[in-house]
Design a protein around this ligand. Structure first.
Ligand code: ZN
Length: 703
């Protein structure tokens, strides 16, 4: 159908033509598309009626067109980057953002959605359709669309100011990180440092690996290993203190900024009718209330406290055994160092030792066999059937056991530092939707991008994976399953679309658990030379290393989550005789640092230093998307562990029970995705609400 001279980015229907798309297509394609979509939106605003066909369907078409073109550009930017593509993307991004804002804040569409919800058609809608209407209204309202006059103006001013403050906050952290360095010139000063860090440090100082000078910085790859390995306690202290007081003084002081951010967030939430910013944040999340999140965090805190204390005692005892003078008085800058020494003593295996057992082809075979047992799906290679963006990229199709096609995915497994972004992710290529069906296929089937950055093959030797890389593959594949195994035909809420932010990591983390199941691990491992499965002794070490310092790690996450929550939450309760305050009042006398100290008093086994200013570099919540949402890490982990426990209860080594529970998981969590409230979906799978018991047991913290 498409003409040979047509812009491949404007080809609609089918999969992106990665063999044809080039950087010079981007600007003309996006300009043409936006002009069309803008005109379509104007028509839709004028003609929108509060009915499904005349409001929601045209809107889905509009968004889908944008996603097909702009999504392909974004995807290529992350996997086949080039200066030309970057320039084209940058040139068009403002126009795309502007269009998206116009779409998200359209008053005629908002009114039509309200009428649809309040009108006669509402009762005839399916639950998935109602979710789409409800969440469209919710998102529009959170963007201030319901406000009038002065309140609306003030809201817009606050949003601009917050955007600017967040950018300044992040820049201060970057600048302060860059501004501090420690140059070492004496070999005695680098005692204990591993070769990789010495190389990095010598490179930073323009020195020699053996003779120096070496430069230590506050960037993670330098700061982290330094604290773990440096035998110079005085230098560890210097680095630690510098890290903890980043962006807390002088021109780069984030203290005033973070107070201003908290104050403006509170005002913004109140303009929208919420008690505080935490309530506003939770309005669009799975967690029902601040109190409920606090209850969950408190459960985890109480359960991890003895473990955290024991971890510290163990380090003291171990340091004493090694005749370290600081043994009786371990300080913050000693923890990472001694934790690393104890880890080496207990679990003396190197990541590298495991690699030969995990060649990618073996891991994929094992993974596909596992999902066939669990979910009754059959994955087959379909390389060469569609264009890809790099010769290493694979293409697979998924069908049910009767051979009925369900979905497809691309897999781009290897690291390519020159043109591919780091990290691993799953992204949508196209989503399931009946709007885009064809005569042969009445429903368009979903297609996913799975991207990892693992070790590439060397000659004839396949990619040999670290255990962490195996876990990552399982993680992303399972995000992909929620996108691909959806049975929802309404595109705006099929797959992962519309899944609440704090529930998104449920399927992905769930799947990681299988990497610690002995029989599964046996089937995904096979030595590259001999084909032998991972030896039992190494498996046992992997298992016990999983729970090493779990109490300390849990307490740290609870501390961060609680601090974040308390800073965005404020209640004053009048009791008989006195008034109780809880949380943080931006107009009160307690500072954010006081709030942090109060939280740390119950979550940190080692009291923070008096000059601890870590809030000044807490970019997750002051310059990222995690404000009043840091708890999500633990929230989703509770769900995923509890979901895996359903399989443990059924019997992990009973094929019938695993298949039965697997089908239930597929028919609820994976099939329904964002089309229902995630609590409803979870309860449907588990037969009850979530419990922390499984996470605590897996972490070795259950009593
Ligand atoms: Zn994830």
């Amino acid at each position: 159908m498409s003409q040979p001279n047509e812009n491949p980015l404007l080809q609609y229907g089918g999969l992106p033509r990665f063999d044809l798309i080039a950087a010079h297509h981007v600007e003309p394609a996006v300009q043409t598309l936006l002009a069309e979509l803008d005109a379509d939106l104007t028509v839709l605003e004028a003609t929108a009626r509060p009915t499904w066909d005349l409001l929601v369907e045209p809107l889905e078409r509009l968004q889908d067109h944008l996603e097909m073109t702009w999504g392909s550009v974004g995807h290529l930017l992350s996997v086949r980057n080039s200066p030309e593509l970057r320039a084209a993307h940058e040139a068009m991004q403002p126009a795309v953002v502007q269009f998206s804002m116009r779409l998200g804040q359209s008053e005629p569409l908002y009114r039509a959605f309200r009428e649809l919800r309040d009108g006669a058609d509402w009762l005839g809608l399916e639950p998935a359709q109602r979710r789409i209407v409800d969440s469209s209204l919710r998102d529009a309202e959170l963007s201030g669309i319901g406000l009038q006059g002065e309140a609306k103006e003030r809201f817009n001013v606050i949003q601009m100011e917050l955007a600017e403050l967040s950018t300044r906050f992040a820049n201060h952290v970057l600048d302060a990180t860059k501004a501090w360095t420690m140059d070492l010139t004496d070999v005695a000063e680098v005692a204990g440092l591993p070769k990789s860090l010495l190389q990095l440090a010598a490179q930073a100082a323009g020195g020699d690996v053996e003779r120096g000078p070496w430069r230590v910085t506050l960037d993670h790859p330098s700061f982290g290993p330094f604290l773990q390995h440096s035998r110079r306690r005085d230098l560890r202290e210097r680095v630690y203190r510098a890290f903890l007081t980043r962006a807390s003084e002088g021109e780069l002081d984030n203290g005033p900024l973070l107070r201003q951010i908290l104050k403006l967030r509170q005002e913004m939430a109140q303009l929208l009718g919420f008690a505080d910013y935490a309530a506003m944040s939770l309005h669009s999340k799975m967690a029902p209330s601040v109190a409920e999140v606090e209850r969950l965090l408190e459960e985890l805190r109480v359960a991890s406290w003895p473990g955290g204390q024991q971890d510290l005692e163990e380090l003291r005892a171990f340091a004493k055994e090694q005749a370290a003078p600081e043994a009786a008085d371990l300080m913050h800058w000693d923890i990472a160092f001694w934790a690393e020494r104890l880890r080496e003593a207990r679990y003396d295996f190197a990541e590298e030792e495991l690699r030969p057992y995990f060649p990618l082809p073996q891991v994929l075979d094992g993974l596909f066999a596992l999902v066939r047992r669990l979910f009754g799906i059959v994955v087959t290679a379909a390389d060469g059937e569609v264009p890809v963006w790099h010769p290493d990229v694979r293409f697979f199709r998924i069908a049910d056991e009767a051979g009925q096609p369900m979905a497809a995915f691309y897999l781009d497994p290897y690291s390519r530092p020159a043109d591919k972004r780091g990290g691993a992710w799953m992204n949508e290529c196209v989503g399931r939707s009946r709007l885009f069906g064809t005569p042969d296929a009445p429903v368009r089937l979903p297609v996913a991008y799975l991207v990892c950055n693992q070790t590439p093959p060397i000659g004839a030797i396949p990619s040999l994976m670290t255990f962490r890389e195996v876990e990552t593959l399982f993680h992303e594949f399972s995000h992909g399953l929620q996108h691909m195994l959806t049975t929802v035909d309404h595109g705006l809420t099929s797959g992962i679309r519309g899944v609440e932010w704090d529930a998104v990591e449920l399927p992905s983390q769930f799947m990681e658990n299988w990497c610690y199941h002995k029989a599964t691990l046996a089937s995904i491992s096979g030595h590259v030379d001999t084909g032998a499965a991972l030896p039992g002794e190494l498996f046992e070490k992997l298992l016990s290393a999983r729970t090493y310092r779990a109490g300390s790690d849990m307490l740290r996450q609870v501390m961060l989550a609680l601090t974040d929550l308390e800073l965005h939450h404020f209640v004053r309760e009048r009791g008989p005789g006195d008034t109780q305050e809880h949380g943080y009042d931006p107009n009160g006398s307690r500072t954010p640092f006081d709030v942090h100290r109060a939280v740390a008093a119950k979550t940190a086994v080692l009291t923070p230093l008096p000059d601890d200013r870590f809030l000044c570099s807490f970019t997750h919540i002051f310059a990222g998307g995690y404000a009043a949402g840091y708890y999500s890490y633990k929230w989703a982990e509770v769900l995923s562990a509890d979901a895996f426990a359903a399989f443990e209860e059924a019997g992990l080594d009973d094929p019938g029970a695993v298949a039965f529970t697997g089908r239930q998981f597929r028919d609820t969590v994976l099939a329904l995705g964002g089309s229902r409230h995630p609590m409803e979906v979870f309860e449907q799978f588990r037969g009850r609400g979530p419990s922390t018991a499984a996470l605590l047991r897996h972490s070795g913290l259950a009593r």
